[in-house]
Design a protein around this ligand. Structure first.
Ligand SMILES: *Cc1c(COP(=O)(O)O)cnc(C)c1O
Length: 231
């Protein structure tokens, strides 16, 4: 067994334990393997073990890497990085999911550029609880309902849920706070009639806290592929 497939088993057992602790079904959790700055060969190794969901963060890198993986036709691609306006066409064409929508203009471009034969792009809105500290992207909680209205009205997007990228936090109870807040916002939007079924939350260092608060998609890089090479 190669180390990535051993890591895959370990991450799944973490997910199982975290789900069991709160009485959740682990089958309702999607493990998204974050491959940014790792070579295409690492993706191939995980795909060979049957893994399907992969994420990239940098549009230029993703464009090059995905071309070399075209033969692996059954993979699902998630874009989780900060999206620039001039990169939306590539993402609309090649990806299945975009987790980090925080401005209507990005959503409008993605919808207009989505090839009709690919079906709607699955999207999440990124929420920022830090007030933009450390240059974090994401929409402020108070602006979320208006953005959700705009995104939900776009024909080639399917608004699925919310995503957040909290500041690093080592203590479990503190880790849970942002995720709990995200889940509360999802429920508020659902009371307004949005049928959001996705909570994209949790990374290598805090996946247990995210699962405890209802994460449906955990985005895991380091625990699967090891430390990222410097850019
Ligand atoms: C890099 C990244 C991850 C993965 O982080 P790890 O700590 O390596 O698991 C998850 N989500 C986003 C948005 C990222 O940019």
């Amino acid at each position: 067994m190669t180390s990535v497939t051993a890591n895959l088993e370990q991450v799944w057992s973490r997910i199982h334990r975290a789900a069991q602790r709160v009485g959740r079904d682990p089958a309702q959790i999607t493990l998204v393997a974050v491959a940014k700055r790792h070579p295409a060969s690492a993706i191939r190794a995980l795909a060979a073990a049957g893994h399907v969901d992969f994420a990239e963060s940098y549009a230029q890198e993703a464009d090059t890497k995905l071309r070399t993986l075209d033969d692996l036709g059954h993979l699902r691609w998630h874009f989780i990085g900060r999206l620039q306006r001039n990169k939306t066409a590539m993402v609309a064409q090649r990806f299945d999911w975009v987790h980090g929508i925080d401005r209507a203009v990005l959503a409008e471009r993605l919808s207009a550029q989505r090839p009709s034969d690919r079906g709607p792009l699955q999207v999440c809105l990124q929420v920022d609880f830090t007030g933009g500290q450390e240059g974090r992207s994401g929409v402020a909680p108070q602006s979320l309902p208006a953005l959700a209205e705009q995104v939900a009205s776009l024909p080639q997007l399917h608004l699925r849920g919310l995503m957040t990228l909290p500041p690093p936090e080592s203590e479990f109870e503190r880790q849970r706070e942002h995720f709990r807040h995200l889940e509360e916002l999802r429920q508020e939007l659902n009371h307004r009639g949005f049928g959001l079924d996705v909570l994209s939350a949790g990374m290598s260092g805090d996946l247990e806290a995210a699962v405890a608060e209802g994460a449906t998609h955990v985005r895991i890089g380091t625990a699967l592929f090891g430390a990222r090479p410097a850019s």
